[in-house]
Design a protein around this ligand. Structure first.
Ligand code: APR
Length: 257
């Protein structure tokens, strides 16, 4: 509870807060983290082999069906108390920005407003060739196609349609990444929730925030396990975010009274 108090104090005394989130924050909503999503039917596939442009070229139906399975899971998910607590922080401190690696919209559903999505949006689809500009979003419900055959063809150019997410070996959306760097440099507190920190460039953001000589940020990490962020965390809350973040809000409330 001392650490919860310290985290609450860090939030109260911060000027600009950045919140970096990963799959762990959505786990208590029933969305498996990327690396443990592979149960049942999908157990034999490795995400680093499925979530790549090469995998899609080789077997578009396999990759498409895997995303349809994850889309289904995400569409049924509701925000958990961790998402709600992060939205509460932004309500109290409007200069807060959420940078998420998640492709769900659970932060939005919980009420967060300033959000940067680094890895896209799984609910959306786009033309593989981005024939009408990057990204060329395609509404796959707007036309007829055979759902047994894998991805539909782009109605503009006939190229395959793919999920609007960032795959391994792909660049992140440039404007979003630029903004994420800027927010990381400008913040004086970064709260890092539910990410292994294994995937770059998102994984480098806490380091950038902490090591910026003009304004070194304090790092608060929320993760029940060790991560790549743990060695640089000033305060580590070693618990599931849906349990511990609401407690931080409670302490904030008592301190603000
Ligand atoms: N609360 C907080 N953290 C949790 C919880 C929880 N309830 N449960 C698990 N975690 C932590 C795990 O300990 C782990 O450190 O969440 C982290 C999830 O790590 P990853 O599965 O590697 O997810 P993430 O860091 O988001 O992955 C980054 O990699 O696969 C790509 O594009 C994909 O966006 C993803 C990126």
């Amino acid at each position: 509870s001392d650490l919860i108090h310290q985290a609450a104090q860090a939030i109260r005394s911060a000027n600009k807060i950045a919140i970096l989130t990963g799959a762990g924050v959505s786990k208590e909503s029933g969305v498996p983290t990327f690396r443990d999503a592979l149960d049942g039917l999908w157990a034999k596939y490795n995400p680093e082999e499925l979530a790549t442009p090469m995998a899609f070229h080789k077997n578009p139906k396999l990759v498409w069906d895997w995303y349809q399975f994850r889309r289904e899971l995400v569409s049924q998910a509701k925000p958990n108390p961790g998402h709600v607590a992060l939205a509460e922080i932004e309500k109290r401190y409007p200069r807060t920005v959420v940078i998420t690696q998640n492709v769900d919209d659970l932060h939005e559903q919980a009420g967060s407003k300033n959000i940067i999505h680094l890895h896209g949006n799984i609910a959306e689809s786009k033309c593989l060739a981005n024939c009408k500009g990057t990204p060329t979003i395609i509404d796959i419900e707007a036309f007829e196609w055979d759902r047994e055959q894998g991805p539909p063809a782009c109605p503009h150019c006939g190229e395959a349609v793919r999920p609007n997410v960032v795959w391994f070996h792909e660049m992140l959306p440039e404007a979003d990444l630029e903004r994420a760097y800027a927010v990381s440099l400008a913040c004086d507190l970064m709260i890092v929730v539910g990410t292994s920190g294994l995937v770059n460039p998102a994984g480098t953001l806490p380091k950038i925030a902490r090591e910026y000589p003009d304004l070194p940020a304090k790092i608060v990490e929320v993760n029940p396990d060790y991560s790549m962020v743990t060695p640089i965390a000033d305060i580590k809350l070693e618990a599931p975010s849906g349990e511990i973040l609401p407690e931080v809000i409670e302490v904030l409330d008592t301190l603000d009274k």
